[in-house]
Write a protein that binds this ligand. Structure first.
Ligand SMILES: CC(C)(COP(=O)(O)OP(=O)(O)OC[C@H]1O[C@@H](n2cnc3c(N)ncnc32)[C@H](O)[C@@H]1OP(=O)(O)O)[C@@H](O)C(=O)NCCC(=O)NCCS
Length: 172
């Protein structure tokens, strides 16, 4: 598995990874509720993926020619996408992608990385040093978004004030 910058022509394959990841891995979130899945998937299109890749800092994980994961960071420090292919789950893909996004954040002088976790990924983010920023908010349909953050370069003590650059995010 390799990590590289996302390219415009990755959009179709990356979009398919995201759609499969949501549908097949995020049952704890959508609970098989069809309207919820429809809402969640509605903006996961190749065109939007191209826009996110063009406008933000995106990386893909590859296995040969196949894209097995994609993660995208905004310049505000917010991770707006982090999805792994069901074919590559629990093989270090998300860990490697998040590490690359954090390195990218450091390179851009971003001190704190924020995200809205799915229920599915909370355990993963806790194990990679993220902490909760408070109660969940409404996501797509029956889903909840769990606000989390990690201050780069140091470990925050429990109960420490959260990032000054945190902005409420749109669930993606
Ligand atoms: C949970 C998820 C994000 C982890 O990504 P991954 O690439 O499969 O995981 P990695 O191999 O990089 O990391 C393994 C870590 O996942 C976590 N993990 C292991 N088993 C897990 C499980 N059953 N459920 C949740 N997390 C688990 C652990 O923290 C593990 O680290 P450890 O082995 O040191 O304990 C991914 O499997 C997933 O389900 N993604 C669905 C899409 C999603 O929710 N994305 C986040 C949007 S905010």
């Amino acid at each position: 598995m390799q990590i590289r910058s996302a390219r415009h022509d990755d959009a179709e394959q990356a979009c398919e990874v995201v759609r499969r990841s949501i549908t097949e891995l995020c049952h704890a979130d959508h609970r098989g509720d069809a309207p919820t899945l429809a809402l969640w998937l509605a903006n996961k299109t190749p065109d939007n993926m191209r826009r996110w890749i063009d406008q933000h800092c995106g990386f893909v994980a590859t296995d040969g020619a196949a894209i097995v994961g994609i993660a995208v960071l905004k310049r505000t420090g917010e991770i707006i996408l982090n999805y792994v292919s069901p074919d590559a789950r629990f093989h270090g893909v998300s860990e490697a992608l998040i590490a690359r996004l954090e390195a990218c954040a450091c390179e851009h002088g971003i001190e704190t990385v924020t995200l809205q976790s799915s229920a599915t990924a909370i355990r993963f983010y806790l194990s990679t040093g993220y902490h909760s920023l408070g109660p969940p908010t409404q996501g797509f349909g029956v889903t909840l978004c769990h606000p989390m953050a990690k201050r780069l370069g140091e470990v925050l003590p429990l109960g420490a004030p959260h990032a000054s650059n945190f902005e409420p995010a749109t669930p993606l």
